[in-house]
Write a protein that binds this ligand. Structure first.
Ligand SMILES: Nc1ncnc2c1ncn2[C@@H]1O[C@H](COP(=O)(O)OP(=O)(O)O)[C@@H](O)[C@H]1O
Ligand SMILES: [Mg+2]
Length: 355
């Protein structure tokens, strides 16, 4: 058998496959002009050697927060050498030390061996205090040591700090000592609507794929699914998977059947994730599925009647985790007879952010 003979046409469907890489940075971030303008305004004073403003950026995953900010950083980089730029993903660099190593790398400092965190911080601080800095902490809710953030706020001068998170509650629960010193503006990234989702995916399609290889209805199915999940990343995933399936069967076109196979894979992925939950959490998740749309207190009652043992605090913690992992949505409602309560809703599908 010729396992590696090229396909019938011999031509790849992919023109620029890097456009579907996880880290690919699109040249143009469509539909985010307003948001980017606000971020740019917070940074602009740094160009005049004045301190910039700080900004909290929040919104669900896959709505262009990272893409928009990185795009702006690239623009600043092209404009000036007088502003040092740091982009740190706090999930990947999950300790203060790793973050500092990344910052040292950012200022071109190489003699990091055998140095302690505080020594590295001094070096970074001295360097950036001669200039100005934009410090972006992405997925900042994963930061392990909030004091580090405090030190940056206190000891770095001409700066703009942008803190990005999917988790709005993280901001409201942030240590007030830090919050009051940050005095950050809030900026929300709302999910794209259907037309915008189509626009973003269409733009990527044109960059990545050879001309005319997508059937219209196949692409539209991708758009609908991504829009339903409110996550561009799942749309990109579906495009890649569907195209791979088409290539495997040596087809010159990507069809509805290829997209259906990709959607199935996406769904299997979310089921697999559910299986990875520990037993107790899965038990709670099932209860929420049955009681979707009810108040947290009611779900806790149902949990107790079904034999649940955990005290309310523990229960709440598990709920928070489920929300963090996007299995459920917890909506805080103000008003009504009880003043404040939380409504729990069973989530749609798991998003692909945690790949
Ligand atoms: N407006 C846009 N234009 C082009 N690509 C986008 C746009 N919005 C999101 N994307 C792409 O969708 C994916 C998810 O966006 P990302 O910025 O990582 O989302 P978030 O940080 O909000 O989770 C990335 O691959 C990104 O390049
Ligand atoms: Mg992001």
């Amino acid at each position: 058998m010729a396992f590696f003979s090229s396909g019938s046409s011999g031509e790849s469907l992919f023109k620029n496959p890097i456009g579907l890489d996880y880290d690919y940075q699109p040249k143009l971030v469509k539909y985010r002009e307003t948001e980017m303008r606000q971020i740019a305004a917070a940074i602009r004073p740094l160009f005049q050697k004045r301190s910039g403003r700080n900004i909290f950026i929040h919104g669900p995953s896959g709505v262009g927060k990272t893409a928009a900010v990185r795009n702006l950083l690239n623009e600043v980089e092209q404009e000036t050498d007088e502003i040092v730029l740091f982009y740190i993903n706090c999930w990947k660099s999950d300790t203060t030390f790793k973050m500092l190593l990344q910052m040292c790398d950012g200022i071109g400092y190489k003699f990091t061996q055998n140095k302690r965190a505080d020594e590295l911080f001094d070096i970074v601080k001295k360097d950036i205090n001669r200039k100005a800095a934009v410090i972006v902490l992405d997925e900042v809710d994963k930061i392990d040591d909030i004091d580090f953030l405090y030190n940056i706020i206190e000891e770095v001068f001409n700066k703009s700090i942008a803190l990005i998170t999917n988790n709005r509650d993280w901001i409201s629960e942030l240590d007030s000592r830090i919050k009051s010193r940050l005095t950050a503006e809030m900026l929300e990234f709302k999910p794209y609507n259907l037309t915008e989702t189509r626009g973003v995916l269409q733009q990527r399609l044109e960059f990545v794929f050879a001309q005319n290889c997508w059937d219209n209805d196949a692409f539209e199915a991708v758009v609908q699914k991504a829009s339903g999940m409110q996550d561009i990343r799942s749309g990109l995933y579906l495009m890649k998977e569907a195209a791979n399936t088409a290539e495997e069967r040596n087809s010159a076109r990507i069809t509805m059947a290829d997209v259906a196979a990709a959607v199935k894979k996406l769904e299997e992925f979310s089921i697999k994730k559910t299986e990875e939950l520990e037993e107790e959490t899965r038990f709670i998740l099932n209860l929420i599925k049955k009681n979707s749309g009810r108040k947290i207190g009611e779900v806790y009652e149902a949990y107790k009647s079904a034999g649940g043992q955990a005290v309310y605090k523990t229960f709440q913690r598990k709920i928070a985790k489920l929300e963090d992992d996007r299995f459920i949505a917890a909506e805080k409602i103000i008003g009504g007879s009880e003043g404040k309560t939380t409504i729990l809703k069973f989530g749609h599908e798991k998003k692909l952010t945690d790949f």
